[in-house]
Design a protein around this ligand. Sequence first.
Ligand code: COA
Length: 260
Amino acid sequence: MVDLVHSRFEVREGIGWFSFDRPKELNALNPKVFEDIATAVEHCEADPDVRALVLTGNRRAFAAGADIKHMASGDIHLAAELTRKSNSAQQVLSELSKPSIAAIAGYALGCGCELALCCDFRIAAENAVFGLPEIKLGIIPGGGGTQRLPRLIGLGAAVNMILSGDTINAQQALQTGLVHDVVPMDRLEEEAEKLAVRLSRRPVTALNAAKTATYAGTNMSLPDGLKLEWSLLCMLFGTEDQSEGMTAFIEKRQPNFTGR
Ligand code: COA
């Protein structure tokens, strides 16, 4: 089992469940939590039995941002150390070869929102609140918010959130494309699990290729992105899962993917 400090992690039927666990602080994120995330994600990457990851909090908060009490009297060195930890957690999460889902109830603010942006899917409970309120603290988002949010929801909507620091609710997040789905609170875990199970049945090498082509492609010119897509597609024709997927279609049966 993975040993964590301010979080919980368990694997249930091929799905890794990571939960923030600082309820009194609304799951505010400190360096230890970022280490917890990196540890859990690395475990998911290394364990072939884990096919998908779900990140979640509690009913009141996914995570209300970086721990302001930890930062309040900090200097440039503390900021550098904190962002180094948060960036490495975000890097392993955003580069995870398997699908990741943020299941968000309550506050997803600042770095909490930014961590959700590192996941492939975001499902929100009806009470979810999203925001990058850093500007109200005299700083700016430091966990990729100024970069990932505009790429996801467009410049106009992102600038509105980043410069105003104002929050948006779950329905507004759905309208802007920040989240994929809004569900009643009592169904949040169930819906995240359903999605994780559905994704975990997909062929892993093709999933990884799809993630690489899509995410890396957004940072490339169109010709370079098309070349990357082409080379990944050709590579997949060397996998048993490609043969199985197409044979299963022709034989009118469900494919049995093995990850080879
Ligand atoms: N860092 C440290 N502690 C935090 C926190 C954060 N980001 N967010 C909440 N907490 C703590 C509060 O200090 C409070 O602790 P206390 O009881 O010891 O005073 C506890 O969590 C509950 O928060 P509280 O503010 O009383 O709850 P609320 O329901 O009135 O408001 C929020 C909830 C999320 C709107 C409010 O806590 C808030 O604005 N938090 C900061 C969000 C933020 O700026 N995040 C970006 C940080 S870079």
